[in-house]
Design a protein around this ligand. Structure first.
Ligand code: NI
Length: 167
């Protein structure tokens, strides 16, 4: 297992559209392990492969307080969504920024798990938000995109400054 570097907004590689996974093989299982390790170490509650510069449709999520309920979504698709819900979201690719975004309150997602088996999951509230947030990453979207242009500019400037200082 290995910790992978997380891309930070506004890195253009966060805009790459991830491609579906053809088969959950050893390489994908290795990717899932690395993603889980990276998410736990960061620490965060969700990570999309896009964020570690891998253009494959793989997401890991763990919203449990003890970090012992890893959920893996390969090729996730939201097949149903309803309601409106919003919480302050953060993102490992946008460190230090928390903003509320309007999302569906409930989603049904279909995906493959870490063994390649197809499953459906009904999720609501925080888990539903997390699933929507991570699938956005696979489509090259970041939660900042939902904010006003002024807020986006402020966040971009702040993060670019942080990255210069970190060099
Ligand atoms: Ni994120």
């Amino acid at each position: 297992m290995a910790f992978r570097e997380i891309l930070h907004y506004p890195d253009p590689r966060l805009r790459i559209q991830a491609l579906p996974v053809a088969r959950v093989d050893q390489e994908i299982r290795g990717l899932i392990r690395d993603m889980a390790e990276t998410m736990y170490k960061a620490p965060g509650i969700g990570l999309a492969a896009t964020q570690i510069n891998v253009a494959k449709r793989v997401v890991v999520i763990d919203i449990s307080p003890d970090h012992n309920d890893l959920r893996v979504f390969v090729n996730p698709v939201i097949v149903h969504s309803e309601g409106v819900y919003g919480i302050e979201e953060g993102c490992l690719s946008v460190p230090g920024i928390y903003e509320e975004v309007e999302r569906a309150q409930k989603v049904r997602v279909e995906a493959l798990d870490g063994t390649g088996a197809r499953f459906q999951l009904e999720a609501e509230d925080l888990l539903a938000v997390c699933i929507q947030h991570e699938i956005d990453h696979l489509d090259g979207k970041v939660f900042v995109d939902y904010l006003s242009r002024l807020k986006q500019q402020r966040i971009r400037k702040k993060l670019e400054k942080q990255q210069r200082l970190a060099m």
